[in-house]
Ligand binder design. Structure first.
Ligand code: IMP
Length: 427
């Protein structure tokens, strides 16, 4: 019963789309279990490049059933436009399944996201502005709107009323904005009801049956381990659980059914938005990583902050996710550096610290302790096996593996679908 979780081991944008796509042909179901259209995958298939935000990347493999689980928050306008964009390019999206329990992002959630960030000023989180946090807040406050509510108009009216009651007070009294009319929101939402109906399904039943029948199910995390609301660099995090446990709650599948947890790990580190980042480079090396690695957000178009590889973080990702494997991405970006610094521990208040500190104050002033590994200049993008890599690149990979605590089972050496070295099978 191969049920695999694939998730970002750092701050997201590790290249998950490529990893999922690599598995695409052998996977029967690809499931998103948290987040929403704050995520962004770029998947290259042949000479075609696809930017996906909400849809699982398995949507590009005809034999695969893509699933949006209960833990995801869905902006229906974005979902429908992503679907029609793919249909226009000849991609069949009819197999998509959406959980009736997933929560909907409405226009008032995106409004709340933006006004709250503006209100926070210099203390802002740097969110994607897609309404993610306010939608999860409503879910936890039990005033959220779920996909299934679209099919009971009287319930929908009551729920939107309840959700707006309190928000309108805040909008008017705190943010000096006009109140939002519940009737207009209900009208907006009802337009989506028929369009989404063909996809709505009891996804936990479908997925559990699929696993029991021996199908290959891949749970695809959005964002990354350090953006997890529980295990990340809180409060500079997203509002859901990208870590492995999130796959269970966000898809309704028990932990005993998960067979493998694969962490996607970039050969260096990036982060978008605010928050601590010990190995961040504010010099020409950071600029070079950004330029060579094309480090610009798929979702927001913001430049990503760039820095050297941080083994304290990869070890932590192994711990909190129970990782069984890593998929190391973008190794080719490091080609050309004479020596490559790797952060092996932090210095905090004059002391060497090997593990990620649980204390936010400590992490905020952690200084990286570097080891310097010899670089390589050879083009590695044509490498098909580990042995094809130059010796120094092999040693870099082996060093990262040893420091991170789980085997590196695949290595990305270029953006294309075939530019990957597979060392161990994931199945
Ligand atoms: P939110 O998810 O829009 O609420 O944003 C919260 C934080 O997570 C911000 O720092 C975002 O930049 C970051 N974030 C959200 N989604 C992604 C992603 O897919 N990749 C990287 N960072 C993300």
């Amino acid at each position: 019963m191969p049920a695999l979780v694939l998730l970002g081991a750092q701050w997201g944008d590790e290249g998950k789309g490529k990893a999922t796509d690599l598995l695409g042909g052998s996977v029967d179901y690809v499931v998103r279990y948290q987040g929403g259209n704050n995520a962004g995958h770029t998947v290259v298939v042949g000479d075609q490049k696809y930017a996906l935000h909400l849809l699982p990347s398995g949507i590009l493999s005809p034999e695969c059933t893509p699933v949006i689980g209960n833990g995801v928050v869905i902006d229906p306008a974005v979902l429908l436009s992503e679907l029609s964009g793919l249909n226009d390019r000849g991609v069949d999206t009819s197999k998509l399944l959406i959980s009736g329990n997933a929560h909907l992002i409405t226009s008032y959630h995106t409004t709340m996201d933006k006004v709250t960030e503006r209100f926070l000023g210099s203390r802002k989180i740097g969110t994607t502005g897609r309404g993610i946090g306010p939608t999860y807040a409503d879910k936890i406050n039990r005033v959220g709107i779920r996909v299934q509510d679209l099919y009971d108009e009287s319930i929908l009216i009551q729920k939107v009323d309840a959700a707006l009651d309190f928000k309108n007070q805040i909008l008017a009294k705190l943010y000096n904005r006009r109140a939002i009319e519940a009737g207009k929101i209900v009208e907006e939402l009802l337009v989506y009801a028929d369009k989404l109906r063909p996809y709505v399904s009891d996804t936990t039943l479908v997925l559990n049956d699929a696993i029991d029948a021996g199908k290959v199910v891949l749970f695809e995390g959005g964002q990354g381990t350090l953006l997890d609301v529980d295990h990340g660099t809180y409060p500079f995090v997203t509002s859901s659980n990208p870590t492995a446990g999130g796959a269970c709650t966000g898809a309704g599948v028990g932990p005993t059914k998960i067979s493998r947890v694969i962490g996607i790990l970039k050969a260096y580190t990036t982060r978008v938005g605010a928050g601590p980042f010990p190995t961040e480079l504010l010099d020409e090396d950071g600029e070079a990583l950004r330029r060579i690695g094309g480090e610009r957000g798929v979702t927001t178009g913001r430049d990503r902050r760039c820095g050297w590889f941080d083994a304290v973080i990869s070890r932590y990702a192994t711990r909190v996710n129970g990782l069984t494997d890593f998929f190391l991405t973008k190794l080719d970006v490091l080609t050309g550096w004479e020596r490559i610094p790797v952060c092996v521990a932090y210095e905090i208040d004059g002391k060497r610290v090997e593990e990620l500190p649980y204390s936010q104050s400590d992490f905020h002033h952690a200084k990286p302790i570097y080891e310097y590994l010899p670089g390589w200049t050879e083009d590695i993008s044509k490498a098909k096996t580990f042995d094809d890599l130059p010796k120094n690149a092999q040693d870099y990979v082996k060093a990262l593996e040893e420091m991170s605590g789980a085997p590196i089972s695949a290595i990305g050496v270029g953006p294309g679908r075939t530019e990957t070295i597979q060392i161990n099978s994931f199945l």
